[in-house]
Design a protein around this ligand. Structure first.
Ligand SMILES: CCCCCCCCCCC/C=C/C(=O)SCCNC(=O)CCNC(=O)[C@H](O)C(C)(C)COP(=O)(O)OP(=O)(O)OC[C@H]1O[C@@H](n2cnc3c(N)ncnc32)[C@H](O)[C@@H]1OP(=O)(O)O
Ligand SMILES: NC(=O)C1=CN([C@@H]2O[C@H](COP(=O)(O)OP(=O)(O)OC[C@H]3O[C@@H](n4cnc5c(N)ncnc54)[C@H](OP(=O)(O)O)[C@@H]3O)[C@@H](O)[C@H]2O)C=CC1
Length: 267
């Protein structure tokens, strides 16, 4: 599919995409940039950012990159100030950085739980608070988009991220209300299983189970998520706020990644 959006849609905008060095984040950064936005991306790995920057610059996009761990508020503050200096204040923030690992609830350690909650919930809040207070609220203009996951029916097999993403979904609603007065809209996208650099780290047999359990019988693509992100960060969505948009081939409605065993009669 080509791009259905107007070429100059984001002229004059500065978009921050966390985790924009790979996968879904890079697809979103590419699409917003090709539609005219200046783009700032961050991640923990400098090499990944440099490779992504080269790709974006080759497409004629003005890019700022810096290493930043979203779990560290001081690094976040430095990054957000750096964006204003390099590209001007952000009008768009896409909180895409995140991740976790499969584990049963019985097995997850305290440090494993904390690592995932800090990454997906704390990091998203630290970025959001910094960008809103420094850039968007003073300008009375902003679009914030949180990438979460398909947690509608819980997230069996990844309890830590299910809890953290549900927290971000609720944060999305709360901030949509608190910041409506400042003309800042806050929404979320809940992707199903997307074929990306992220899911390439998962065992293929787990992904195949997910594919079979998805009504569309395929995985999504980062570009499909980027199309929805483009709509939600554009003026076409100016009256949309506090909502979570599922893009999952129907997976939140049907199918289970986690088989429930029958009770052991000996127990
Ligand atoms: C079984 C069924 C499951 C359902 C499967 C559904 C099918 C797939 C659906 C996929 C949908 C979602 C896809 C995506 O999100 S794609 C993005 C993928 N990328 C990632 O997820 C990578 C992200 N990972 C990280 O960024 C880091 O690993 C993380 C933040 C999670 C932790 O980093 P940190 O540096 O803070 O952590 P440490 O190394 O210091 O470890 C802290 C504790 O966490 C434990 N840990 C970390 N990684 C793992 C692991 N892979 N497995 C088990 N435990 C892990 C680590 O052991 C530490 O705890 P302890 O000190 O107690 O050992
Ligand atoms: N692919 C899928 O099926 C699904 C993905 N998601 C979520 O969508 C988002 C993008 O996933 P995807 O593109 O597939 O996976 P990737 O692993 O390719 O993307 C994750 C990005 O986040 C960055 N990142 C992770 N933790 C931090 C951190 N603490 N600080 C700064 N950057 C960080 C990573 O960069 P670096 O390692 O350099 O820090 C990486 O660029 C993630 O939040 C993921 O959990 C949700 C549902 C399904």
């Amino acid at each position: 599919m080509g791009n259905i959006f107007r070429a100059s849609l984001f002229d004059g905008h500065t978009a921050i995409v966390t985790g924009g060095g790979s996968g879904i984040g890079l697809a979103i950064a590419t699409q917003l940039g090709e539609l005219g936005a200046r783009v700032a991306i961050l991640g923990r790995k400098a090499e990944r950012l440099e490779t992504a920057k080269a790709t974006l610059v080759q497409r004629g996009i003005q890019v700022h990159t810096a290493v930043c761990d979203i779990r560290e508020p001081e690094q976040v503050a430095t990054f957000v100030d750096g964006v204003a200096h390099a590209l001007g204040p952000a009008t768009i923030l896409v909180n895409n950085a995140g991740g976790q690992f499969p584990t049963t609830a019985e097995q997850v350690t305290a440090r494993g739980w904390e690592a995932v909650v800090r990454n997906n919930l704390n990091g998203t809040f630290f970025m959001t608070q910094a960008v809103a207070t420094k850039h968007m609220i003073p300008a009375r203009r902003g679009r914030i988009l949180n990438i979460i996951a398909n947690v509608r029916r819980g997230f069996p097999g990844m309890v830590h991220t299910g809890a953290a993403r549900a927290g971000v979904e609720n944060l999305t609603k709360t901030l949509a209300v608190e910041w409506a007065q400042y003309n800042v809209q806050v929404n979320a996208i809940a992707p199903g299983v997307i074929k990306s650099s992220g899911t390439d780290q998962y065992p293929p047999e787990l992904l195949e189970v997910s594919r079979k359990q998805t009504p569309a019988k395929r995985l999504g693509t980062p570009e499909e998520v980027a199309h929805l992100a483009t709509y939600l960060t554009s003026d076409a969505a100016s009256f949309v706020t506090g909502e979570t948009w599922y893009i999952d081939g129907g997976a939140n409605l049907w199918g289970d990644n986690w088989p429930i065993p029958d009770p052991d009669p000996a127990m």
